[in-house]
Design a protein around this ligand. Sequence first.
Ligand code: ASP
Ligand code: MG
Length: 440
Amino acid sequence: MIIQKFGGTSVGSAQRIKHVAQLIQDGKKKIVVLSAVSGTTNKLVEIVNALYRNEKSSVNDRISQLEGEYVALVDVLFQSQETKAKAKSLLESHWNHIRSFTLDMFTRFEERAILAQGELISTMLMQLHLEELEVKSVLIPALDFMRVDQQGEPDMWYTKSNLSRIIGAEQSCDLFITQGFICRNHFGEIDNLKRGGSDYTASIVGAAIGAEEVQIWTDIDGMHNNDPRVVKNTRPIAKLTFDEAAELAYFGAKILHPTSIVPARNAGVPVVLKNTMEPEKPGTIISNEPSGDFIKALAAKDGITAIKIKSDRMLLAYGFLRQIFEVFERHKVSIDMITTSEVAVSLTIDDDRDISELIEELGLYGKVEVDLNQTIVCIVGHMLQAEPGHAARIFDSLKEIPLRMISYGGSKNNVSILIDTEHKVKAMKALNQGLFDLGE
Ligand code: ASP
Ligand code: MG
């Protein structure tokens, strides 16, 4: 069994929904996880905000606008008058449900019930479309098996037992459709997995049933070796390990949220990133199996602050770093990169809060220098096993760039380099040529 998750843009119009309906009919037994039609969740959030402000006319206007958009979608998506009428009447019940909240009290509970409508609608439309095509599929409500515990963590046991019962009852069916994003909490109330949570649903479902693989379908052909907004030529990475993907996701590759793949990773289920618009392309496979090129990709993170604390007291002393770290702990500021010398320590933070008190306190331990507008360039691969000379290739590519900090060996998957943000574009272009031979 496989899991296929399609994001909001992949089901963003009648044409796209039809296209996805074709893609999922490849005969493989699967669960299809759908997001809301793109833009819908944002509009539901606006309705919720207007409700909190008790602006009834704005709420009604927004619902009517959404209603109009879906009427247009339904007219293109369905063929027969009968299915159109059925879809419209089902949609009507969703709008009425949302309208029912405009009166009296409005709380987080009602808010979450409204936010759930986007996925409930998109899956309803897909199921009706498949019915019209006479494709056998079963719509399985996520609210019957997706559940989070008191800590907001997925309740794997609950999901596993309910999902196998539900699927087991439909032996002759190979195609199941369900909602991403929505779930129940430990009170049994409607809740969600936070914005963008459909990937997380797919990964939890994949882990729960021990799927062969979890496919995440978006509008990009996988993770790329470099940031396409910065350099002209980039290429998709064929294979990544979960560790490498997590480093890239943290450092800026927007395609996947790092926590969303944790359940799949824990269950040893590979995650494949695929492009809805170019389904024949292989995409990126993320698994526990290391393979492929030693140096795979780079990503950059801006808005970094570098702090250097220099003190003679550090020389041959113990406990100095602990004192410094305790200052950060007291101020609840987390540290990303660290480098040390015998008389100084440099570290970076990724925080835009006012840090003047933190800096003042650090001043008790030594001379403090702060550099704003720094960028971490993170090069990802299996570095420590890499062929000799790879570090030389990195630094040779960067020979014209002033480097502020270098971090190597912290994990076997990355080399991080701190530079002034003004040199970022030049650095990323130089590495694109030096490491990947892809020019600027
Ligand atoms: N529809 C939800 C959102 O827009 C979940 C998702 O798309 O993953 O955040
Ligand atoms: Mg998304």
